[in-house]
Design a protein around this ligand. Structure first.
Ligand code: SAM
Ligand code: ZN
Length: 172
């Protein structure tokens, strides 16, 4: 596993700062094995650099019962498909109250700790998926969030924009 982000142990052994195992959120997740400090660089999200069209070809969302992809938007033209063996970061789940964040630096995606993370705690960042349509029930179901946080907004998509209330003119 990601040696660059491990700790060098006596006699040259590398110990990872996280491990991959079953998650209560969804499928498998990444869990801290040591204390991780705020601002610590944890792992790079790597994969194939592809276009939006290629991403649509690889993941037919129309025929998925529930959203499940490994895509990470780099910019308007490029997407990283992280579904490659060497990308351990693909196991990091979403949380609406995350302890990590994903930052893009020189076209590379890095996962950083936002706060102190104790051993055993699952790593998670806010996916903030772009909303692909109106705020309808089907979309909410497709992108339902199971992070379990008291602050869960119910969706792995970006928060919906609040509709402005129309000002009602008072009659005299
Ligand atoms: C990059 S994968 C994360 C790893 C995933 N747990 C696995 O075992 O493959 C992204 C997918 O995991 C699922 N996922 C991640 N966080 C989630 C959450 N908070 N609620 C529901 N599904 C989530 C979604 O299906 C999403 O498309
Ligand atoms: Zn949530």
């Amino acid at each position: 596993m990601c040696l660059a982000n491990g700790w060098l142990m006596p006699r040259g052994r590398i110990r990872d700062i996280y491990e991959i195992r079953k998650s209560k959120i969804q499928g498998r997740g990444a869990f801290a094995t040591r204390r991780i400090r705020p601002g610590q660089k944890i792992v790079e999200y790597v994969g194939d650099n592809i276009s939006n069209d290629e991403a649509d070809k690889r993941y037919d969302e129309e025929h998925m019962a529930r959203h499940h992809t490994f895509l990470f938007t780099l910019d308007d033209d490029a997407v990283i498909d992280g579904n490659v063996r060497r990308n351990v970061a693909r196991y990091i789940n979403h949380s609406c109250d995350p302890n990590c964040e994903a930052l893009i630096e020189d076209d590379r995606i890095w996962i950083y700790a936002l706060r102190n993370i104790q051993p055993g705690v699952e790593l998670a960042y806010d996916y903030q998926y772009e909303r692909t349509g109106d705020n309808d029930d089907e979309l909410e179901k497709f992108y339902v969030c199971r992070c379990g946080s008291p602050r869960c907004r119910g969706s792995i998509m970006k928060p919906a924009r609040k509709r402005k209330k129309k000002k009602t003119k008072q009659r005299r």
